[in-house]
Design a protein around this ligand. Structure first.
Ligand SMILES: Cc1ncc(COP(=O)(O)O)c(C=O)c1O
Length: 438
């Protein structure tokens, strides 16, 4: 149909992370409710990845909608340089109350990439303001992903996402995520010791890390004890620690923040995605007084010259406040726990049922992931696209990263709905075994 939404879309839209030449028809979505998305033909899909990891309370939550409407009638937007408003201040107060560590200031931006971009600029300018200009190196992990702006790309692993820009990205010292720690009853691994010994510590301004789970890099999980040891080392060396909790924040890993699994806490933390319950674009970069203090200077050049048109948008702040209300409810905390338990049981049953078709089955809180044993372990492995199409035909939306299948459901998903998702994955694995017999 020439005038269908799909046809009109194909004339004017450029979709994200989508090869344009062979783009399949986009699915027109007309409604979201709880964990369901409904398309124009009336098909319903369980959104098992919370629409790129954001809708933690499900779609179109009536409480958030109500709070948004109230705010929209009162104050929808105001420049945030020289002005302030209740939702921004209230949200900052509440976040400072629940964040792990000793944060003292909240800086607002628009999304996860800007939250990490702001964090990097804060950390680098901290040393510049203090006239330690030699401290200008950034440490980051192999397989990391921190966003799509240039700074965020620079500190992300060099990958298919960044290949076209490599020569424009600034240099970063990449190391592996810590392998083992005392929690395993073993000392820090020789590999880690070797890696850490070769770091030019007195030139390192900051380290940026996704605590415990590297999301877009393939849902790679690593241990709290190892990270804690590295953060301790960083602290001893005066290095600013930046936790990128854009994905792991707000309950995803079973605790409110993944950093709570560690004793060592960051100096800067980046938040977005679940912050507004996935309803509005908002980024937060929180810092400790140590960082903020370096900007309290007479010299105007030492100002943090950074801001966005929509910094602290009142609607986004109101949505975030509403999302926090929901998150703090006992029912929500219980759901997060129950999803974690269901994932663990499913992990055990999947390993038994498909020992040769699956590998690295893992879960942490509401996150679940495994690799399909088929082709290379990489983002460009096309099996993911096959899985997405097949799952949609069975009423479930998942979007594997290459051959890494993962689940990140909204916390409102019921036990039965989650079991349905598991059932579809089992069916798909069964079908794949007949398509690609070993
Ligand atoms: C850990 C992490 N940091 C930053 C980002 C970038 O967030 P955004 O897509 O909102 O720019 C992402 C997005 O997936 C992420 O997972």
């Amino acid at each position: 149909m020439p005038n269908s939404l799909k046809a009109r879309d194909k004339q004017v839209i450029w979709h994200p992370y989508t090869p344009q030449k062979y783009m399949p028809d986009p699915i027109p979505i007309v409604k979201g409710e709880g964990c369901y998305l409904t398309d124009a033909d009336g098909n319903r899909y369980i959104d098992a990845i919370s629409s790129w990891w954001v809708t933690i309370h499900g779609h179109a939550h009536p409480y958030i909608a109500e709070k948004l409407y109230e705010q929209a009638k009162t104050l929808e937007q105001v420049i945030f340089a020289g002005f302030t408003h209740e939702p921004a201040v209230r949200l900052a107060e509440r976040l400072l109350n629940v964040l792990p560590g000793q944060f003292s200031r909240i800086f607002y931006s628009d999304n996860g990439s800007t939250a990490t971009e702001v964090a990097l600029k804060m950390a680098l300018q901290y040393w510049w303001n203090k006239d330690h200009k030699k401290r200008n190196k950034v440490l980051a992990f192999n397989n990391s992903y921190h966003g799509d702006t240039f700074g965020a790309m620079s500190v992300s692993d060099r990958s298919v996402f960044t290949r076209a820009f490599h020569e424009k990205l600034f240099e970063v010292v990449f190391i592996d995520t810590p392998a083992v720690g005392p929690a395993n009853g073993r000392e820090q691994s020789a590999v880690d010791s070797q890696q850490w010994a070769s770091i030019p510590w007195d030139e390192v301004a900051c380290i940026i890390y996704e605590p415990l789970v590297q999301g877009a890099g393939g849902m790679l999980m690593y241990e709290a004890a190892g990270l804690n040891a590295l953060l301790k080392q960083c602290r001893e060396q005066g290095v600013i620690c930046i936790a990128d909790e854009v994905m792991t924040g707000f309950g995803r890993t079973g605790k409110l923040f993944a950093s709570s699994y560690m004793e060592e806490q960051p100096d800067i933390i980046c938040l977005s995605k679940g912050l507004t319950g996935g309803t509005m674009a908002l980024g937060v970069t929180a810092c400790t007084h140590r960082i903020y203090e370096a900007f309290l200077q007479d010299d105007t050049l030492k100002t943090f010259f950074h801001g966005h048109s929509f910094t602290a948008n009142p609607l986004a702040c109101a949505a975030a406040l509403a999302s926090l209300d929901l998150l703090e409810k006992e029912t929500c905390l219980r759901s997060i726990e129950r999803i974690g338990q269901q994932h663990q049981q499913f992990a055990a049953s999947l390993a038994t049922a498909f020992p040769s078709a699956t590998k690295n089955i893992r879960s942490l809180g509401t996150l679940f992931a495994f690799e399909i044993v088929q082709g290379k372990d990489e983002y460009l492995n096309t099996i993911g696209k096959v899985i997405t199409q097949k799952a949609l035909s069975k009423g479930v939306y998942i979007r594997p990263l290459g051959n890494t299948v993962y689940l990140m459901p909204p916390y409102c998903i019921t036990e039965n709905e989650l079991n349905k998702v598991y059932e579809v994955i089992r069916e798909l694995l069964g079908e794949l075994q007949t398509i690609y017999p070993k």
